[in-house]
Design a protein around this ligand. Structure first.
Ligand SMILES: [Zn+2]
Length: 182
């Protein structure tokens, strides 16, 4: 028969999330450096290597207009040094990710020891494997004998853990009161 284990939350690991309830996060991707000039590019601009020319045209009075993207930190460094007559524009790309609301608390479970129903070996919770084959899923695969669902786990809810955590200091005060009265 499969043994059932109750997995408690590690009370010391509970942390209140400052971004609780948030459903959008932003990630800074990379920086794109655009350049523009109305002169011929210096020879250290190598199209297709350290830069990409995206637009090149001539105005009716014969003046060149070049736009492009700088593709190398080294080229940027040279430009800082030589100061060619070029205008730059820095643009940061930001990704916006929509996700499920961030829960109010984050926490870990206690890494208890269990026994596999088949091989009877003692295994730490963190050593259990998980796998998914077609529609079947198991997060309790024995690392020793590969038995799927090698134990049954019931996880403590955060609500319950918070009650336990909050009760702790009260008990200590009660003890202190008793001590004083005695
Ligand atoms: Zn096993």
């Amino acid at each position: 028969m499969k043994r059932k284990y109750f997995v408690k939350i590690d009370l010391d690991s509970i942390e209140k999330n400052k971004d609780a309830g948030k459903t959008i996060s932003y990630f800074l991707r990379r920086q794109t450096i655009y350049f523009e000039t109305n002169q011929e590019l210096p020879d250290y601009f190598k199209d297709g290597e350290n830069c990409y020319i995206t637009e090149q045209c001539w105005t009716p009075d014969g003046q060149v207009k070049i736009r492009g993207v700088i593709n190398s930190d080294e080229l940027l460094r040279i430009c800082e040094e030589k100061k060619p007559n070029i205008k730059y524009e820095f643009e940061r790309d930001i990704d916006c990710i929509y996700h499920a609301p961030i829960p109010e608390y984050s926490y870990n479970f206690e890494n208890i020891e269990i026994r596999c129903v088949t091989c009877n070996k003692r295994i730490f919770l963190s050593d259990l494997n998980f796998d998914c084959v077609e529609d079947n899923f198991s997060s309790t695969i024995c690392p020793e004998c590969s038995k799927w669902d090698c134990c049954e786990l019931e996880y403590e809810t955060i609500e319950n853990a918070l009650i336990r955590k909050n009760n702790h200091p009260i008990k200590m005060t009660e003890l202190a009161d008793k001590f004083r009265k005695a």
